[in-house]
Ligand binder design. Structure first.
Ligand code: NAG
Ligand code: NAG
Ligand code: NAG
Ligand code: NAG
Length: 670
């Protein structure tokens, strides 16, 4: 190889690196770091950010604009210095003894409910959502938010539908000195400083209820609260142990039993979540990592990221679960039971299920008979699993974490964060007329900062927010300029393709009717006839890189398939093609085609050997020559431009008569 020849990879004009550039950044520096928690409140156009000892309220359309009090508020929530000192004396780190925001909810009356770790003595504060001043004196609280940040907990604020209509938080948490108790918990309901209803929980001494769960999410819908978690599967009967993912449901109005299941949820039921690639032997993704709820007209969907066990062969997937399916299973499905500690799990015969079926909401659970409650206590796992459909996407060698979903034009845009690569996958998922479900992986967005990401949040159809140790950054969800081909652009519900310019733009309403735009998946077949060819010109010995980020593609060169990779024609992992050490014979048309034969992108390559046929024998010459060719080309172009200008203007006098004497005649035609 020629020592001076550094292969010059020419990125075709359409190609743009998929590295995100933030629109805005928020950072205060100076000791206030670790922006751990984000909460979007679209109604007040606020982004709440929890950092060390502080909560910030930022203007959601520009988080960098801290110029006025109406757009920006900061509230310090420091732990009491003596308590912090004592916390440190008990062997905790300075960071652990700071005050960290663990939970934040916006209440309908315009207050914020904030649970903070406060020197490992969690407090709950009620603040004004705009000024962030206290509305009530902060109270210390147990079981709602954890003093420890590394454990996986969840909580949901439920304003309506609880006993006596009293707002409360439901949490999935670990308590106890060595965090040995795993439970779903609801604190006592208090009205006018008086306890009206005692606290409620699941049984934490019975592994059939919860077996070392890792909670990932919780949601309130109608009369129920749902919890998503993974846990060690009690029903797994092969050797070793397996972790399964679950959804559990409880009734908001549950008051526990009178004798049996006192202060314990009587309506607690759970089922396995089935996220698998179907085949004769399904391949299961059993570790749920993150879940996001999306409401649609007739149903609600939970999109969740999963991974396999943490082994050298990790793989991840995204599945989605219908609330109707979940409820149908809890309301009508078969229960499973283990008749004795040593026996196998069996399906409970339907005739043994009492009239007050476990999992049903009753007007007063304290009236349920002891016998029925005994049945409920040991029948809470459904025999069947909740189907998650075919994975929307799955990948090897990575662990997916946070998932966010935006709903736009009846399509769901799913964002999945991949920590090990600092990437966000953007996938569109929708239901065609009929029942077929489709998804397209649109683009992989690379985050520009290497720091550990703590949280992600989304403002529908507008922005994605990412917080890390040093900053919060704001990105447009659309990022249309990242699409290099028409089909992907058309499939992206935020974007439309301009045929004439061969570029992808943010979609505007007019694009669906205007000529020259391809703006939805249904018209994506218009792309193939419209695929704009980009011309690429290089010199002998150069390399060219043709991008085509698409699934299941193939390349042709002058209509012949580029089949086996050679030393000179190298396919890239992302679907592109590199032509190395080009010669004049490589000139021609390169097409990237989809599985259906449609042209996704076309490149016309010219290897200009004619004007610059230079010694081929001496490798050292090549780079010099290429350089010279390029300069010569520029020179030729300038020369011809100058010539054209000269020809157009040679009839003009040096100073046009009309400008003389500072007067302008009215009839100049330029
Ligand atoms: C590049 O191609 C030319 C012929 O086009 C050949 O003579 C030369 O050895 C090649 N160089 C390398 C480094 O492959
Ligand atoms: C944020 O605003 C400041 C001035 O208000 C400006 O100097 C800075 O460049 C802005 N940063 C970003 C990322 O927009
Ligand atoms: C919490 O979950 C993450 C991944 O989902 C895992 O890596 C971590 O070990 C869990 N935390 C604990 C304390 O088990
Ligand atoms: C999970 O779903 C797959 C595909 O639909 C199915 O083949 C498999 O039997 C299901 N597994 C369980 C445990 O329900």
């Amino acid at each position: 190889m020629c020592p001076v020849a550094v292969w010059l990879i020419l990125f075709a004009t359409l190609g743009r690196a998929a590295v995100l550039q933030p629109d805005n950044i928020f950072s205060v520096g100076a000791g206030i770091n670790e922006y751990r928690k984000l909460l979007v409140d679209a109604k007040s156009a606020s982004l709440y950010v929890g950092a060390r000892d502080h909560i910030f309220r930022l203007w959601i359309y520009n988080i960098n604009d801290t110029s006025s009090e109406s757009l920006y508020t900061v509230r310090e929530l420091k732990a009491d210095p003596e308590e912090a000192a004592e916390c440190e004396r008990s062997g905790n780190t300075v960071s652990e003894c700071a005050s960290w925001l663990r939970l934040l909810f916006v209440q309908s009356d315009g207050s914020l409910l904030a649970c903070t770790s406060q020197a490992m003595r969690p407090h709950i504060a009620k603040l004004d959502a705009l000024t962030m001043r206290d509305r009530e004196t902060p109270q210390s609280v147990i079981g709602v938010c954890s003093p420890h940040h590394h454990i996986n907990t969840t909580a949901v604020f439920v304003e309506f539908g609880n006993p006596d209509g009293l707002p409360t938080i439901y949490s999935g948490i670990r308590t106890g000195l060595s965090l040995e108790n795993h439970l779903i918990y609801r604190p006592p309901l208090v009205f006018n400083n008086k306890e009206v209803h005692s606290s409620m929980r699941t049984i934490y001494t019975d592994s059939k209820w919860l077996n070392e769960p890792q909670f990932v999410g919780s949601f309130a819908v109608d009369q129920y609260v749902y919890f998503f978690f993974r846990e060690i599967a009690v029903e797994f009967e092969n050797c070793g142990r397996a972790v399964y993912s679950r959804v559990a449901r409880i009734c908001k109005n549950d008051l526990g039993g009178k004798n049996v299941l006192r202060q314990v949820f009587t309506s607690y039921v759970k089922a396995r979540l089935n996220c698998s690639i179907s085949s004769q032997f399904p391949f299961y993704f059993d570790h749920i990592q993150s879940v996001y709820k999306v409401d649609s007209e007739s149903d609600t969907f939970f999109y969740a990221s999963f991974s396999t066990a943490e082994s050298p062969f990790i793989a991840s997937a995204v599945c989605h679960f219908s609330l109707n399916n979940i409820n149908r299973l809890f309301d009508n499905g078969l229960f499973s039971e283990q008749p004795s500690v040593t026996s196998a799990w069996i399906q409970t015969p339907p005739e043994q299920v009492p009239n007050s079926r476990p999992g049903q909401c009753v007007s007063d659970s304290r009236q349920t008979s002891d016998a029925d409650l005994h049945f409920a206590k040991s029948h809470l796992l459904m025999a069947d699993s909740v189907p998650g459909g075919e994975p929307i996407i799955y990948q090897r060698d990575v662990q997916f974490s946070n998932i966010l979903v935006d709903k736009i034009d009846n399509k769901h845009v799913v964002f999945v964060y991949v920590p090990s690569r600092a990437e966000v996958l953007k996938i569109v998922h929708w239901r065609e007329s009929g029942s077929s479900v489709k998804s397209v992986h649109l683009v992989t967005l690379k985050l520009p900062y290497p720091e550990k990401v703590f949280d992600l949040a989304i403002l529908g159809n507008e922005y994605l927010f990412v917080s890390d140790e040093n900053r919060v950054s704001q990105y447009r969800v659309s990022q249309c300029e990242m699409h290099v081909d028409c089909r992907r652009c058309a499939f992206d519900p935020y974007c439309s393709w301009n045929i004439a310019r061969g570029m992808c733009f943010t979609k505007e309403a007019i694009h669906s009717t205007a000529v020259g735009w391809v703006s939805d998946a249904n018209s994506a077949d218009r792309c193939s006839s419209q695929a704009k060819a980009s011309t690429v010109k290089i010199y002998p010995g150069d390399a060219a890189h043709f991008r085509c980020e698409s699934d299941a593609i193939s390349w042709t060169f002058d209509k012949h398939p580029v089949s086996t990779p050679s030393e000179r024609l190298i396919p890239t992992v992302s679907g592109g093609l590199i032509v190395m050490n080009a010669s004049v014979a490589d000139s021609g048309t390169y097409r990237c085609q989809g599985a259906d034969g449609s042209v996704i992108v076309e490149y016309r390559l010219t290897v200009d050997g004619e004007n610059c046929a230079q010694p081929r024998t001496l490798d050292q010459f090549r780079s010099v020559q290429r350089d010279w060719c390029r300069k010569y080309d520029n020179y030729k172009e300038s020369l011809s431009k100058w010539q054209a200008w000269h020809e157009r203007n040679s009839h003009c006098p040096r100073v046009p008569e009309q400008f003389k004497g500072g007067k302008l005649s009215n009839n100049i035609v330029i």
